[in-house]
Structure formats: structure tokens, C-alpha cells
Write a protein that binds this ligand. Structure first.
Ligand SMILES: C=C(N)C(=O)O
Length: 130
């Protein structure tokens, strides 16, 4: 079976050549979301790691909703931070607020030297249809 390529109309338009999500056999790989605004892709990014993490999580929510899923369907997440030592704890606090504490996805968090749009954070996901 070939993968299904999802473009989600109300999610932020891609900043690079990718689909918002690609599905194979009920598994959904959601492209790394940036802290951009769905209704104004040219707007400056929000200030600071808490606001950027919130924006990224809201964008992930839009992509998941576009394929009929929610955060409860996330199996694994990867978080990328450009200022790891400075932002790790604050990112965690914001990230945690999107999940019940006993239903956290698996996760890896990685410090990187740069992200598209000079963002502080990008998060990608794997989710599974029930
Ligand atoms: C922003 C991205 N997810 C990319 O360039 O792949």
C-alpha cells in the first residue's frame, strides 16, 4: 500500500518541501512543526521558548485534527531545541501542559545548531489510528 500524503488546509503552510503528514498502514508521521501562525505565515515568530512551544503544539494539534486524530493518539515525539541548556526546562513545562501526566508519549529531545526560520523549537510526531 502506498503512503497517503496529507496537506491540511488550516495548518500553517509548509516552509519547505514536505507534506504536513504522511500516513502508512494507520501510522501517521507528522512533519516537524514550526512556531508559525496558520493565518499569517509571514508574521514574526512568537518571543521566547514558552510562546514558541505553545505555537508549535497548537500547529501539531491542527495537523492531527486534519487527519481526524488528537494528542491522545501520539505514540512518539521528537523535540529539537537550538538553545538546549537555556530552554529545556521551560519547554518541558509548556509541553507537559498539553498532556495528562499519565499519558505522555515517548519522546526524544535534541539540541541542534539551527532550525528553519531561526526558530527556537521544532517538534515532529508519530501517531497511530485506533
Ligand atoms: C521545517 C521543516 N520541517 C523542514 O524543513 O523539514
Amino acid at each position: 500500500m502506498l503512503p497517503i500524503h496529507h496537506m491540511i488546509g488550516n495548518a500553517p503552510q509548509p516552509v519547505a518541501p514536505f507534506s504536513h503528514a504522511v500516513e502508512a498502514d494507520g501510522w501517521i508521521c507528522v512533519t516537524g512543526q514550526m512556531p508559525t501562525f496558520p493565518d499569517d505565515p509571514q508574521a514574526p515568530l512568537p518571543e521566547g521558548i514558552a510562546a514558541q512551544t505553545t505555537r508549535v503544539m497548537e500547529n501539531l494539534k491542527l495537523v492531527l485534527a486534519g487527519v481526524g486524530l488528537g494528542f491522545e493518539h501520539i505514540v512518539f515525539a521528537r523535540v529539537y531545541l537550538t538553545e538546549f541548556k537555556r530552554d529545556y526546562q521551560e519547554m518541558n513545562q509548556t509541553y507537559l501542559s498539553f498532556f495528562p501526566p499519565d499519558k505522555l508519549p515517548g519522546r526524544t529531545c535534541i539540541g541542534v545548531t539551527g532550525l528553519a526560520l531561526d526558530a527556537l523549537v521544532e517538534i515532529d510526531l508519530v501517531a497511530k489510528r485506533p
